[in-house]
Ligand binder design. Structure first.
Ligand code: 5GP
Length: 175
């Protein structure tokens, strides 16, 4: 059991299990993109650790870049609209793999895929460590998905609670 600020978390998925699954995803990606040179777009901050473990296990020539998503409130039916910050690479004609920590409602990934698709890539796929199917509100096609989890708050392995807990090398769930 661990405590972060006012909340208590219990062990959820241990490091060995996470890394075993990440190795499987990396093998899948290596096979699917053989003889191609994909561009990994890592969504900061949460995906930094998953991305490191995933990409270093792939046997590919590839490029890696990082984006942040800035949300701003807007009275639109879609909820918060996010803008990509830091995307300087040419996307046209590239095989893009978005690397994300968790797909919850799917709003973030749905919007990001739409924005990247508008830049005319050859292909766009998503690699996410976690997915909460019960929370999904928007369709998101996750070609590479580590674990489907229940609709509860998790921390560790890149994911934070109020900025803390990202460095935990396993996943913990709110008790
Ligand atoms: P979505 O747009 O799919 O609802 O939200 C995705 C983002 O919400 C993730 O990138 C992550 O930052 C945050 N998020 C969703 N569920 C969790 C969770 O259980 N724990 C943490 N730490 N962040 C979460």
């Amino acid at each position: 059991m661990i405590t972060i600020l006012d909340k208590t978390f219990v062990p959820f998925i241990e490091r060995e299990k996470l890394e075993e699954r990440i190795s499987e995803l990396a093998s899948q990606i290596s096979a699917d993109y053989k003889d191609r040179c994909p561009l990994f777009i890592v969504v900061l901050n949460g995906a930094f650790l998953f991305a490191t473990e995933l990409i270093k296990r792939t046997q590919l020539q590839c490029e890696i870049t990082f984006v942040k998503l800035a949300s701003y409130s807007q009275t639109e039916s879609t909820g918060s609209v996010r803008q990509i910050i830091g995307l300087e690479e040419k996307i046209t004609g590239r095989d893009v793999i978005i690397v994300e920590d968790i797909v919850d409602t799917g709003l973030t990934m749905n919007q990001l895929v739409n924005q990247i698709t508008a830049l005319d890539p050859a292909s766009v796929e998503i690699a996410t460590l976690l997915h909460k199917p019960d929370a999904l509100q928007k369709p998101v096609n996750m070609r590479y998905m580590g674990f489907e989890i229940e609709n509860r708050f998790v921390v560790g392995y890149g994911l934070d609670y109020n900025g803390l807990g990202r460095n935990l090398n396993a996943l913990y769930i709110l008790s």
